[in-house]
Ligand binder design. Structure first.
Ligand code: ZN
Length: 148
């Protein structure tokens, strides 16, 4: 039965939590800080926390690489937030400010922004550049997100 457990990195305190997959739809709380484990808004990652979010999460992680000066990124942000709220039990949504976290952005050779990537257990599964309308973003997720 151990394979029915899933590890989730807390979006508030970044503690690792293990819970039965069946509990994912049950609004699980962090064992350490008591806050919701499934963030309904994107988590702001940094050079320090990024690798933990993408490698230690049992859920696939959807990353929005953005920058404060990027117009299309700003247009896309509300879409990313809405979808993060709708799909909190299927994926963890993370935003990385490439301007202030250049090590991470450089490590993944991010050349245009916004760039969207999906990771699972630390591995890159899909990547796409450009801001998408919501319907197309959800379609891209449906085609590329692994189910847990
Ligand atoms: Zn926590």
């Amino acid at each position: 039965m151990t394979d029915s457990l899933i590890q989730i990195v807390c979006p508030s305190c970044s503690a690792k939590n293990r819970l039965p997959k069946a509990k994912l739809n049950d609004k699980p709380l962090c064992g350490k800080c008591g806050k919701s484990l499934l963030s309904t808004s994107p988590v702001a990652a940094s050079d320090k926390t990024f690798s933990r979010y993408i490698t230690d999460n049992g859920l696939p992680v959807v990353v929005d690489f953005w920058a404060p000066w990027c117009g299309p990124c700003k247009q896309f942000a509300p879409t990313f937030e809405q979808v993060a709220g709708e799909m909190s039990a299927q994926a963890c949504f993370v935003r990385l400010d490439t301007e202030h976290n250049q090590n991470t952005a450089g490590g993944y050779s991010i050349r245009s922004i916004p760039t969207l990537m999906i990771f699972h257990h630390g591995k890159e599964i899909a990547r796409m550049s450009g801001a998408l309308p919501k319907a197309q973003f959800k379609q891209w997720l449906a085609q590329n997100l692994p189910s847990v």
